[in-house]
Structure formats: structure tokens, C-alpha cells
Design a protein around this ligand. Structure first.
Ligand code: ADP
Ligand code: MG
Ligand code: ZN
Length: 196
């Protein structure tokens, strides 16, 4: 794909947990590093499941990353000579991430954002869906359904909690396909949503 060097753009990598979003992000930024492009990777401060200053995939691929609390903090931390910016767990950022990423692309940077597009109740998980609207390239990843092996597009929470964010991996979540996702499991809170 041919690009003028002064041009920036946005890539979104979305999908459920275990679908390989972090792995794909790590692959793309690592290739940029091999090409000797100045790269910075950011992650939200709240996610310290595996390591503090790294993005680590479930498959143990890793890359150095700077934890930041807000999208504004991230913008402040971007160096002017940086060409490629990676952001993991984009769904844990505030909604200001959309404008920040848009502006960074407008100043000529390649911005790659990975994150969940839906939450454990299959609702849109902002700011990722809005981010897709501003992205030149959107890659939707699928996981392997933990129950049947089919194509999984949803994240099933398998522990009971009403909180939107419960950090964890295989102990708290499973990837599920359309057929195996169960909105009543393990008894999810009643949010007054009509089931279709
Ligand atoms: P994500 O960031 O989307 O949660 P990761 O990139 O961290 O995903 O991890 C992807 C890796 O997780 C896969 O390459 C595979 O090794 C492992 N994995 C574990 N469970 C599954 C699953 N159900 N479907 C696909 N990959 C899985
Ligand atoms: Mg991930
Ligand atoms: Zn299934």
C-alpha cells in the first residue's frame, strides 16, 4: 500500500477477548521498529494484569508500552518525531481518545488502536465503535469459541459481577460464538434491556 510520508492514518483492531488483538498490534508495531520508524506504544493505566510497562498478549508476545491515565495524558506524552503510535485496550480510555487519535493522524502519524468493540453484554464498548468511524483500516478479529470451537465474536463473562470492568483472563471470561453466547449466564444483572 503506497502512502506519502507526510500522511497519517488510523488503524483499528477490534474483536472479543482472546481474538488476537494485542498480538496483531504487537506484530504491526514490531514491524515498524524493524523499519526503524520511531514508535511509541501506550496502554491505559488501569490495566496491569500482566506487566506494568509492557503490552503482553495471551500468547506471551510483548512490547514495551507506556501506561497513561487519560487520552490527554497520552497526547502530552507523544514525541513530535514519533511516526507510529500503538494503543492497546482502547476501550478503557475516555471518549476523548477519538479526537486525540484523529488529531494525531492529521499531524501525519500512523495510529493503531486495539480494543474490545463490545462489552460482556454485547453492547457497543466506546470509544472503539466511534474510533472505527474515523479509521481508514478496521480489522475485526474473531476468537475460537471456548465452548464449540466456532468463530467467536463475543466475550462471555463467566463470573457474576455487575461492574462493566472486571479485569481477568480465562478465569473471568470466555470467547463465545453467536450460538454459544448466553445472556443469562452466570445470572447477569437486569439492565432493562429487551432481548431480541
Ligand atoms: P486479545 O488481545 O484479543 O485478548 P491476545 O492477542 O492477547 O488476544 O491473545 C491471542 C492468543 O490467545 C492467541 O494467539 C492464542 O494463542 C491464545 N488464545 C487463548 N484462547 C483463545 C481462544 N479462545 N481463541 C483464540 N485464541 C486464543
Ligand atoms: Mg489484548
Ligand atoms: Zn460456540
Amino acid at each position: 500500500m503506497y502512502r506519502r510520508s507526510s500522511e497519517g492514518w488510523v488503524e483499528v483492531i477490534c474483536g472479543p477477548m482472546f481474538s488476537g488483538k494485542s498480538e496483531e498490534l504487537i506484530k504491526r508495531v514490531t514491524r515498524s521498529k524493524i523499519a526503524r520508524l520511531p514508535v511509541q506504544v501506550f496502554k491505559p493505566q488501569l490495566d496491569n494484569r500482566y506487566a506494568d510497562a509492557e503490552v503482553v498478549s495471551h500468547s506471551q508476545f510483548r512490547v514495551d508500552a507506556q501506561p497513561v491515565e487519560t487520552s490527554t495524558d497520552m497526547l502530552r506524552a507523544v514525541n513530535s518525531d514519533t511516526r507510529v503510535i500503538g494503543v492497546d485496550e482502547g476501550q478503557f480510555f475516555d471518549e476523548g481518545l477519538v479526537e486525540v487519535v484523529d488529531n494525531l493522524a492529521a499531524t501525519g502519524k500512523q495510529v493503531i488502536v486495539a480494543g474490545l468493540d463490545t462489552d460482556y453484554l454485547r453492547r457497543p464498548f466506546e470509544p472503539i465503535p466511534s474510533m472505527c468511524d474515523r479509521a481508514e483500516y478496521v480489522t475485526k478479529m474473531l476468537a475460537v469459541c471456548h465452548r464449540c470451537g466456532g468463530p467467536a465474536l463475543y466475550t462471555q463473562r463467566i463470573v457474576r459481577s455487575d461492574d462493566l470492568v472486571v479485569l481477568g483472563a480465562t478465569d473471568a471470561y470466555e470467547a463465545r460464538c453467536r450460538m454459544c453466547y448466553d445472556p443469562t449466564e452466570p445470572e447477569q444483572p437486569d439492565l432493562g434491556l429487551d432481548e431480541i
